[in-house]
Design a protein around this ligand. Structure first.
Ligand code: ADP
Ligand code: ZN
Length: 744
């Protein structure tokens, strides 16, 4: 049987989908949910359910499963019943819906009696659009709910996390088996079963258990195009991690470690370096775990360093990165853990530190006592994981193929496709090092071998070693460079290192192949790399204004805290980015921003508009809302390699005639925009600050910035005095920032 594969996942090509929602439905999508279009994978499901059909939906995390039942629930008459096992998430989901003006409630064991009674009354009165419920609640003995539900039409029944019904799945919950009776109780309500994880066997079982004999199956691609995959060598991984985190600018992310101990140590080390990080593992008390998890979800602590115990049932959509400090044991785990990044479809990163060198360490985890078959299966899975880490081919292709999906040879959004993982031919270096090992009369450790190669003058080197032909042949490379090469040769199995008190080097069969020139050796470049190059898919649709974005993020947090909900429930990150890029000025403008439906405009519109107006005045920004009610055209992201084309154009005119007013007129831009372009040009190194400002205007502000690089522009202005314009403050900032960033 061929199943329907909907193309694209989150973040890819939503806007090209034209579908048969009627005018009223399209308006509802915009008014209530603030979405302009359905995603390609959602559209066929929603159409089918709107027409009353049963559906089985297999969609990756972040694919947008919720809308598949929430939208029909709002459009179809009657109340929708949503079965979910994740009690902890129900409240957030319901809060989120209510913030959109949707009448939602939940029933689970956390409710007080009074609250529960209110919900029952609402059910009877027919004033709810959606009711979330835990399965054990629905079928509790002596419970009249089922009978009450039959009094009124149900718009649909949604079974979230549907794999819980199957014993073949990884999260079987016996109460889910009772859901079998639902089809008999409510034969007329369409049923939607949704899950992100189900293999073939589990899939068939779900259909059988839920009696979904006539359901249409919708499987979307498991590709997560907005996730950038990268692997970095384990050696020097801390340097790599630190520079990676610095580039994340305080965004939310998860770092996975293998052991509880490691999570504690790493979190402590990160905190000591000024990162805001906490550890999370099963050894903490339930209260402590809860507290830390909530702090993470509420954006109070951006970085959580966790064992894989963390993440099950976490519904945080703006996780921007997932780092694996240790190699996961299999690709299933890797996919699931990295999948916690970027559920909102925004560019996100998955970075793994590890490779072949981790194999030996993980091997014991694959041994299941007395079960050889199981052990060898686990070992095979570990090998595939190592292959993934070591591969020079497209990571996405390997992942998707592993899960039985076709994929193009290059995705354009992983380290290998983007050429970020610089490998170089190290055959000559390897031969030098291995021949030193071969020539030494007895085995020595790496340090001594390197001393020989570099022709060390240290007195501990025996005279006989100085006489070797390899003595000093490696003078051209620094000691640490040889260390890196040596360690990687060991990791990759080109030479053996004896375990034990004296980790001496011994040649093996592969060493001899290298020495005889039968094998080329490729090693990875170890220079810390700059952040991954932005690529087509790595690029958000719009590039927001960084400082304004930060302010809006702070405002969102305030609004969320006041309502005791997670920040992303108020608005997703991409809404903030659009706000900071287009700087809407009126409520009408706001409707053009993703995520702003009617109720959110009413509730939060004023607060955001006010913040934007204030920031525009202070930062010297203007609105960039295009005329008309169409979606703003995406602006290209500023490339890190150079200034944007529009900045270059301004710069070109500046060189012809340095008049801001003149350029503004010629380019039909605001003077503020031209000034911003010039400041951008300074920041990009295309223009010197002293070409714009005389030294006596520039110097005092540059000094103020250097003294307080984290200050706001207003604070700087308070220091240097009102006579300085924000343009001067911006240029000085660009100059000061530039001067501390290394060239290149
Ligand atoms: P899943 O349950 O499949 O993991 P969600 O339902 O939580 O995914 O949706 C993930 C994110 O995508 C949410 O932030 C949601 O607001 C956003 N989203 C869903 N559908 C759309 C859409 N049609 N347009 C824009 N954003 C969407
Ligand atoms: Zn790729």
């Amino acid at each position: 049987m061929r199943l329907q594969i909907a193309s694209g996942g989150p973040g890819r090509g939503w806007y090209i989908w034209s579908m048969s929602l009627n005018a009223h439905e399209s308006a509802t999508l915009q008014r209530v949910f603030g979405f302009r279009t359905l995603r390609p994978a959602q559209a066929p499901v929603i159409e089918h359910v709107l027409r009353g059909g049963d559906a089985f939906v297999l969609m990756p995390t972040g694919g947008g499963k919720s809308l598949c039942y929430q939208f029909p629930a709002v459009v179809r008459p009657g109340m929708a019943l949503v079965i979910s096992p994740l009690i902890a998430l129900m409240k957030d989901q319901v809060d989120g819906l209510r913030l959109q003006g949707i009448r939602a409630a939940f029933l689970n064991s956390t409710l007080e009696d009074v609250e529960e009674r209110e919900v029952y009354e609402a059910v009877l009165a027919g004033t709810l659009d959606l009711l979330y419920i835990a399965p054990e609640r629905l079928f509790a003995p002596g419970n009249a709910l089922l009978e009450q539900l039959k009094q009124r039409p149900l718009s649909l029944i949604a079974i979230d996390e549907a794999h819980c019904v199957s014993q073949w799945g990884h999260d079987f919950r016996p109460h889910y088996l009772e859901l079998r009776a639902l089809k008999e109780h409510f034969p007329n309500a369409p049923m939607v079963a949704l899950t992100a994880t189900a293999d073939r066997l589990t899939r068939d079982d779900i259909l059988e258990q839920l009696q979904l004999h006539r359901a249409q199956t919708f499987i979307s691609s498991f590709d997560r195009p907005n996730i950038h995959y990268a692997v970095a060598p384990k050696r020097g991984w801390k340097d790599g991690l630190w520079s990676f985190l610095e580039a994340q600018d305080g965004a939310s992310g998860i770092i996975y470690c293998l052991s509880r101990r490691n999570t504690e140590d790493l979190a402590a080390e990160l905190s000591a370096s000024g990162f805001n990080a906490v550890a999370y593992h099963a050894g903490l008390t339930a209260d402590e775990r809860d507290r830390r998890q909530t702090a993470f979800i509420r954006d109070e602590v951006p970085i959580i360093v966790a064992t894989i115990a963390f993440g099950m049932g976490i519904d945080k959509s703006n996780v921007r990165f997932v780092v694996h400090a240790d190699l996961p044991k299999n690709l299933e785990g890797y996919y699931q853990e990295t999948g916690r990044a970027g559920r909102d479809g925004e560019p996100s990163k998955a970075l793994l530190f590890g490779g072949a060198g981790d194999f030996a360490r993980l091997q014991p985890f694959c041994e299941v006592d007395g079960n050889e078959e199981q052990s060898s299966l686990l070992l095979t899975k570990l090998r595939r994981m190592v292959d993934f880490a070591e591969s020079h081919a497209c990571r996405r292709k390997i992942l998707l193929n592993y899960f039985g999906e076709e994929a193009p040879d290059e995705c354009g959004n992983c380290d290998n496709c983007l050429g970020e993982r610089t490998v170089y031919d190290a055959t000559v270096e390897a031969q030098k090092l291995l021949s030193a090992v071969a020539r030494l009369p007895v085995p020595y450790g790496l340090g001594h071998v390197i001393d020989i190669l570099r022709g060390s003058t240290a007195s501990k080197i025996p005279e006989s070693h100085r006489a070797l032909s390899v003595f000093g042949v490696g003078k051209d490379l620094a000691k640490h460079a040889w260390m890196d090469i040596g360690k990687e040769l060991i990791q990759r199995g080109y030479v053996d290192q004896e375990l034990g008190r004296f980790p001496v080097l011994k040649l093996n069969a592969r060493s001899w192949e290298v020495l005889r020139g039968q094998t080329r050796v490729e090693l990875t470049q170890t220079e810390p790399r700059p952040g991954p190059t932005p690529s087509r898919k790595d690029t958000p649709e719009v590039e927001g204004h960084a400082e304004l974005f930060e302010r809006l993020r702070a405002l969102r947090k305030e609004l969320a805290d006041a309502r005791n909900v997670p920040a992303y429930v108020i608005l997703p990150d991409n809404s903030l980015r659009e706000l900071s890029a287009y700087r809407p000025q009126t409520e009408d403008d706001l409707y053009q921003i993703t995520g702003f439906g009617e109720v959110k405009v009413r509730q939060f519109g004023h607060a955001f508009l006010e913040a934007i107006t204030a920031a525009c005045a202070e930062l010297g920004l203007e609105t960039e809302m295009p005329a008309g009610r169409k979606k703003p055209t995406p602006k290209p992201r500023k490339s890190s390699r150079g200034p944007a084309a529009t900045v270059l154009k301004t710069l070109e005119l500046w060189r012809e005639n340095p008049s801001i007013e003149g350029i503004a007129q010629r380019r039909k831009l605001g003077e503020r925009t031209v000034e911003q372009h010039l400041a951008d040009a300074v920041e990009a190194g295309a223009l010197a600050a002293d070409e714009l400002l005389p030294a006596h205007r520039l110097q005092p502000v540059v000094e103020a910035w250097r003294a307080a690089p984290k200050a706001t522009r207003r604070e700087i202005r308070d220091r240097v005095g009102e006579s300085f314009s924000y343009f001067e403050i911006n240029v000085a900032r660009a100059h000061a920032l530039r001067a501390v960033v290394p060239e290149g």
